[in-house]
Design a protein around this ligand. Structure first.
Ligand code: UD1
Length: 361
């Protein structure tokens, strides 16, 4: 296998899917798909392979959950075996999860070419594990595929050469457009979804859900908003665990907030594409809501995706109750921002990436 594509956690699957498809289009099949097993529940993993039409992974490393060191270490040990056996020319890693970091280190130490998709994003917040993963991965990657212009500037500032940096656009949006088209064909419907006005919430960042007081403030704000607008909240496993531990579950259940298990890509898309607002701490959803023009309130103080704020629908509201409610009140009184879709978020990012990858083999 000459090109290995690494995926491990939920937000990786939608990033490798369009790359695998673009390789198929040019009939390049000397590839291997690696699933590290960082995420392993059906609803966090396999259902995404099915819906995104990804082939079964060639290697499943079965690393599971653990502390950062345990998880990263296990991926490194298992991925090294695969690299030694397959002797690929290039390893493609996507995003910023622990699997991204682990596989890029292993690959580089075996003198392989590393290509990072979604390179250059920076939140400047070193308390985020993802920021550390991004910085380390970019610092050792050979090919850097950038989704928004801020990434080009960040990589140049960090001393990367111009001939390593490629502004290729956003693979997440490739998947969004591809799946949206399928959805419209399947249902034969346009924009209409549930027959009511509602907001959608997702939360999983440790900075929001691992601290009782913070999660309590966010919950209070959501309960307050749900008095005016129904709220639907598919709950990430980390988040559910903490809702139980902190005794917040009953409080949320007795409000107008509908809690549900994590949703598959398509079920979630059906839900959020027709929402009035989205409240989230996800990285990908900040971008997806910008692409479809849905108002997004990001429950963080910073974002590594600043174009979603400067050009898109995103507003950073932090995680304090008053600030969240203030931002919601502004939206209710003044309506939404008028966004435009960022440059090269056109559904063709993976094709550009594949052209460059194959040229560099
Ligand atoms: C990881 C990524 C994060 C990404 C998120 C998307 C890192 C550092 N974090 O965070 O960047 O935005 O995925 O979901 O890589 N669990 C299950 N089933 C699963 C997977 C996890 O129940 O299939 C539970 C486990 O109890 C685990 C916890 O969720 O301890 C957290 O999982 P983990 O992979 O450590 O991090 P995420 O919070 O999912």
């Amino acid at each position: 296998m000459n090109i290995l594509l690494v995926s491990g956690a939920r937000p990786n699957f939608m990033k490798i899917a369009p790359i695998v498809r673009a390789l198929g289009k040019v009939k390049y099949d000397n590839i291997g798909i690696i699933h590290t097993g960082q995420h392993y529940d059906y609803l966090m993993s396999k259902v995404f392979f099915e819906e995104l039409e990804l082939p079964e992974p060639n290697y499943f490393l079965n690393v599971g959950s653990g502390s950062h060191a345990e998880q990263t270490g296990k991926v490194m040990i298992e991925f090294e075996k695969v690299c030694l056996q397959e002797n690929p020319s290039v390893i493609v890693v996507v995003g910023d999860v622990n699997s991204t970091l682990a596989c890029s280190i292993v690959a580089k130490k075996l003198n392989k070419q590393v290509a990072h998709v979604e390179a250059g994003l920076r939140s400047r917040d070193m308390s985020m594990p993802e920021e550390i993963n991004r910085i380390v991965t970019d610092s050792i990657s050979d090919l850097l595929f950038v989704s928004e212009k801020s990434g080009m500037a960040n990589l140049r500032d960090e001393g990367k050469r111009d001939d390593q940096i490629y502004f290729t656009g956003n693979v997440m949006i490739d998947t969004l457009y591809f799946q949206l088209e399928k959805l419209q064909k399947e249902t034969g419907r346009g924009k209409e979804g549930l027959n009511k006005k509602y907001g959608v919430v997702t939360l999983h960042r440790p900075s929001n859900v691992d601290n009782k007081e913070t999660f309590g403030e966010i919950s209070d704000a959501l309960i307050e908003i749900s008095r005016e607008m129904d709220i639907i909240f598919p709950v990430h496993p980390r988040t559910r665990k903490n809702l139980e531990i902190f005794g917040l579950l009953e409080r949320l259940k007795s409000s107008h907030i509908e809690l549900m298990p994590p949703l598959s890509y398509m079920d979630f898309l059906k839900l959020w594409k027709d929402a009035q607002i989205v409240l989230t701490d996800s990285g990908g959803l900040q971008e997806e809501t910008t692409a479809l023009g849905i108002p997004c309130f990001t429950l963080r103080d910073n974002t590594e995706r600043p174009i979603t704020v400067s050009e898109g629908t995103n507003v950073l509201v932090g995680n304090k109750k008053e600030a969240i409610l203030h931002a919601y009140g502004m939206y209710r009184n003044n309506g939404q921002k008028h966004p435009r879709v960022p440059e090269l978020w056109d559904g063709k990012a993976a094709e550009r990436i594949v052209n460059i990858l194959l040229r560099n083999l």
